[in-house]
Design a protein around this ligand. Structure first.
Ligand code: ZN
Ligand code: ZN
Length: 237
């Protein structure tokens, strides 16, 4: 029996994250590029005079202070995904790249040698098709998520990404807005379906079920019809 490394709930065989925490990981990876785009405007703390703006007073101005937390997040650097301690100084790009490297290293790549014998060995390197940017790595990690879920270290990825996104939201004050949907979740029946700004899919906050906007529209129509039919029979009786 497998269990979620985040909430310890039972999961499908061989998976180490439940649907809810898988959905959370997917949402963070979708949110991260947008948050990173916002960050540079917070490099200089609000209200700090920009160098030269008050020129003409004859005084030499010290350069505008720079928020080192933002500078670090956007900067180069290294990360060790297997290290338990996170002192809050890991740059975004380094963290994502290190995790992609870790996943690629454990991912079995099948190859045939010139004699036709199949060999399975780890991929040596991760190559994001969208380049080694924050967006590129987020797309890459999302693509490899189904594989990553089969390893217990998915809990470490969840914790590190969660800490990172919390740290960035704290600086940008941009928390994606959630829109609650009118129809219940088709899987668990709870009224917990939400659409989140910047994300295409509609997700159930109770069970982690995913729906495309088209699938939700269809489900909503069916739900309304069923609801209408039920009201009609009660009023007719
Ligand atoms: Zn969980
Ligand atoms: Zn649900």
């Amino acid at each position: 029996m497998s269990s979620c490394t985040v909430c310890h709930r039972a999961t499908d065989a061989g998976l180490h994250a439940c649907p809810r925490h898988t959905a959370e990981l997917r949402a963070w990876l979708a949110e991260l590029p947008e948050q990173a785009r916002l960050l540079p405007q917070f490099l200089t703390p609000a209200g700090a005079p920009a160098a030269g703006r008050l020129g003409g007073t004859g005084r030499a101005h010290s350069p505008a202070p720079v928020d080192l937390r933002v500078l670090t997040l956007l900067g180069p650097g290294h990360a060790d995904p297997t290290s338990a301690d996170d002192d809050g100084t890991v740059p975004i790009l380094a963290l994502l790249g290190a995790w992609a490297g870790h996943i690629a290293y454990t991912y079995p790549s099948a190859a045939r040698d010139p004699y036709g014998t199949a060999h399975t060995r780890p991929c040596e390197q991760a190559w994001p098709s969208h380049g080694e940017s924050i967006t590129g790595w987020c797309i890459w990690l999302t693509r490899y998520l189904p594989y990553a879920l089969t390893h217990p270290w998915i809990g470490d990825l969840h914790r590190q990404l969660g800490d990172l996104i919390a740290r960035i939201r704290d600086l940008t004050h941009a928390t994606p807005h959630k829109h609650h949907q009118g129809a219940p979740c088709p899987r668990c029946g709870t009224f917990a379906l939400v659409a989140t700004d910047g994300q295409l899919d509609i997700t159930c906050e109770a069970c982690g079920h995913h729906l495309t906007p088209e699938a939700y529209a269809e489900h909503r129509t069916d739900f309304l019809h069923a609801h209408q039919a039920a009201t009609d029979t009660t009023t007719a009786a």
